[in-house]
Design a protein around this ligand. Structure first.
Ligand code: ZN
Length: 178
């Protein structure tokens, strides 16, 4: 089921998401299905549960990068960045909660991440490049952070008006949102 994407300005995006308890009665499979469906419809490559109004530590990723011949798909439950690796690199980034915008953002080239997948299998792995960037972006959502928090003064100026329009819900969005 497609769920509305929570947009910039909604205070839930600033909440610290809670750990997922395996024993809870929450239908996680259903939540994950909804997250993928919502993300695909909105043409996103990553989505955190809080972006559909569920402040739990889960995000999903699915990205196809033709030029890198790269298909990256995964469900990340209770993830933890164990270390940041390599240099700091600058790349363009966007977010389904901040529609129509993108900015150059600095992040670590690589990370080491541990997490549980949808079958509650534990993983620990190092990621670099596009994968590392997507994971760091989604991980930030779990801590109530958005990429717009990292804008330098020049980008802040450029983002001021469009961010206000999003906050006032005056920005046209091509997918279901709230
Ligand atoms: Zn985002």
């Amino acid at each position: 089921m497609i769920r509305p994407v929570v947009l910039y300005g909604d205070p839930i995006l600033r909440e610290i998401s809670a750990e997922v308890n395996r024993a809870s009665k929450l239908d996680i499979d259903r939540l994950i299905d909804d997250m993928f469906e919502t993300m695909h419809r909105a043409k996103g490559i990553g989505l955190a549960a809080v972006q559909i109004g569920v402040p739990l530590r889960i995000f999903v990723v699915e990205a196809h990068m033709k030029e890198e011949n790269f298909h990256f798909r995964g469900v990340f439950i209770n993830p933890k960045i164990l270390s940041e690796l390599g240099m700091v690199v600058k790349h363009p980034e966007g977010c389904l909660s901040v529609p129509g915008l993108a900015a150059m953002i600095e992040r670590s080239e690589g990370i080491e991440l541990e997490w549980y997948d949808e079958k509650w299998v534990y993983h620990k792995e190092k990621f670099f490049g596009t994968a590392a960037r997507i994971l760091q972006h989604e991980y930030d959502h779990l801590g109530g952070k958005l990429y717009t928090d990292y804008l330098d003064t020049m980008w802040q100026k450029m983002f001021e008006t469009p961010l206000n329009l999003i906050e006032e819900r005056k920005m046209e969005v091509t997918y279901l949102c709230k």
